[in-house]
Ligand binder design. Structure first.
Ligand code: SF4
Ligand code: SF4
Ligand code: FES
Length: 240
């Protein structure tokens, strides 16, 4: 397998220090991901480099970062496929920076983990599961990895610290579409304000970067539609 030398220009920050970039030369082959290249740097060149990861296969959502300016999961981005002699690696935006490539995800989780609308993880159905009578097919409602890429890419999240954000509103749209034990009216009320679905600029950067086909931009538009229909029903006395 052909090996090549590539430069990694990595954002560095330690508490109390001035942020800067460090550049590392790494040897990669066609299968080397950005995450593996960073781990090689940490193992062979600089043990102080801090990054976060777990699964290595686009499942846990913990390795999100900006690679050449684009939010991505570092574990599935091949270095050579980027096609640049220097690969710039930076932490996600719109989240408090802890160190180097690691941001604090607590505000992201807190945003939509309310008692009234707890965030419920995916229920995945095995494709061979027998379908109950009257059900033509299962719809998988929850693909979100909680990676935060959408929030990092969102220009509104960068200017409004109270903005609910694309992932949270995608979760709310799921509650409206498929409530289970949650209250769809609570979800609609929750997003019906100047920091909710009406604040979105409809630029769909969130959808662009989402690695899991959640399509938060479309989910936000569905919330606007549901709120508009609710308003008409109320104005014309057609119920809730
Ligand atoms: S569509 Fe809305 S939520 Fe998505 S990135 Fe744009 S402003 Fe943010
Ligand atoms: S909506 Fe997509 S980009 Fe946003 S947190 Fe979920 S998986 Fe990540
Ligand atoms: S390490 Fe789990 S998604 Fe990348």
């Amino acid at each position: 397998m052909a090996e090549r030398k590539v430069e990694l220009k990595v954002f560095r920050y330690k508490q109390g220090q001035t942020p800067h970039y460090d550049t590392y030369n790494v040897t990669v082959d066609e299968n080397t991901t950005v995450l593996v290249a960073l781990q090689d740097v940490r193992r062979d060149q600089d043990t102080s480099l801090i990054l976060r990861h777990s699964c290595h296969h686009a499942s846990c959502g913990t390795c999100g970062m900006r690679i050449n300016g684009q939010e991505q999961l570092a574990c599935v981005v091949k270095v050579l496929e980027l096609g640049t002699p220097t690969v710039v690696v930076e932490p996600l935006q719109n989240a408090p920076l802890i160190s180097d490539l690691v941001v604090d995800m607590a505000p992201f989780y807190d945003r939509y983990n309310t008692p009234e609308m707890p965030y419920i993880r995916a229920s995945e159905f095995w494709p061979k599961t027998d379908l109950p009578d009257g059900i033509a097919q299962y719809t998988r409602y929850e693909n979100c990895l909680e990676c935060g890429l959408c929030v990092s890419a969102c220009p509104v999240a960068g200017t409004d610290s109270e903005y609910l954000g694309p992932a949270a509103m995608a979760a709310a749209a799921r509650v409206v579409a498929e409530p289970r034990d949650s209250d769809p009216e609570f979800a609609l009320n929750w997003v019906d304000n100047e920091h909710g679905c009406w604040r979105c600029h409809v630029a769909y950067e969130c959808t662009e970067v989402c690695p899991s086909d959640v399509n938060p931009g479309e989910a936000i538009m569905s919330l606007r539609g549901a709120l508009t229909r609710r308003k008409f029903r109320r104005v014309f006395g057609l119920g809730k």
